[in-house]
Design a protein around this ligand. Sequence first.
Ligand code: GBH
Length: 479
Amino acid sequence: MTDLSLPKNFLWGFATASYQIEGAATEGGRGPSIWDTFSSLPGKTANGATGAIACDSYHRTASDVALLKSYNASAYRFSISWSRIIPLGGRNDPINYEGIAYYRALITSLLKEGITPFVTLFHWDLPQELHDRYLGLLHKEEFAKDFERYARVCFESFPEVKNWITFNEPWCSAVLGYNTGLFAPGRCSDRSKSAEGDSTREHLVAGHSLLIAHARAVKLYRREFAGEDGMIGITLNGDWTEPWDPADPKDVEAAERKLEFAISWFADPVYFGRYPESMRKQLGDRLPPDHELEEVKGTNDFYGMNHYTCNYVRHKTTEPEEDDHLGNLETLFENKNGDCIGPETESVWLRPHPEGFRKLLVWLDKRYGHPIIFVTENGTSVKDESKKQTTEERTDDGLRCEYFKTYITAMARAMKEDNVDVRGYLAWSLMDNFEWAEGYTTRFGVTWVDYEDGQKRYPKKSSKVVGETIRALMENSKE
Ligand code: GBH
């Protein structure tokens, strides 16, 4: 019997994102997004996959909500496709009421089942037109104004939603979209990959625009919509780090610097109104000026935490490359002794290491002054899962079950032993879906989706494990 517990009102459930599950890319008045364009270009995604059909969730509101209900979830995080609401994206462009009706029906059926919606306004699918008009995230003022208007339309249209997330993982939009070019819109300095782009600075500009747009939407929400119980925040990705050689102060410092380049790049502006010292030192005035971050300070009602993995970090002895986004260091899965951080998964970047989750929760709690935290994503792929043939094999996801048990336990430990204020947990993902550049080869769902057979859904064992683990901890609560 464990001494750990979770409060009775702890919210938990599963997460998804619009482009990864909806499909119906050209239906219901939706305009194209940068992911429609990018995924259609040769060589950008595994097997040329796109989100044109995905899990077909656009046509399956009732069955998706029924699935959540059958898992006993008390919360669901999904994202809104901007170009379904405003097909061209801009502040003077027409609204698509069919898109609003789709999300309204989803929200209504969730609430009817007692499932609390967590709604993300932007999970990477920028309307293509805004990219064509002014290069999207690279134009701070235009982007912030257009995003603010889109946010207003959503706040007005869905007043029942009390938990809003402005941006999902701005690091990914900025770095993968404008520095490495692995994600839409795929800009980078490498001319074999992209005709345009500058990996030494565009991601820093994009990141800055996202922060300003976040701040404007938060202030609008607080001013006109939040009422007594509305909450809004940004969701940041962050992996824990351990020094490659704990006896080398330079590796210890590099491990901390990695956290700052990945997390504090966004969280320091949101909590302190300035960029981290380590980034300013390496990037100088390629990083936009701190004084513009004044309006960003104090714009989180909660910290949205996406967390998956952990790395060993080794400092580099050479000067940083001009396009470096990591903080002049290497990330590894083995330390100096050859210890491995965790077992392999289907994702080259992901190795389970639950202790890192606890440590990162504590680090965030300390650095950002004991914020309310919602874990908005946590989960894993499983090596060779897509090769499984029978339904029995496909639903038997042992590594994922173990992952959820150990990660949820690590979270409960951080709450009990370190007093971290976690209010909710959303597992990634409700179902297998379009895994961006990896297409459909990598699966993160607690539900198997059969893409060859009409997008049929089959609950995997992990779909039960998440709820069982959390509810057992809730039953231990004395509150
Ligand atoms: C989340 O990102 C996303 O929010 C979600 O949409 C996605 O489906 C889920 O993860 C699973 O991947 O090798 O340099 O390309 C997680 C954070 C950060 C993980 C970037 C992958 C790739 C680094 N992601 N990382 S790189």
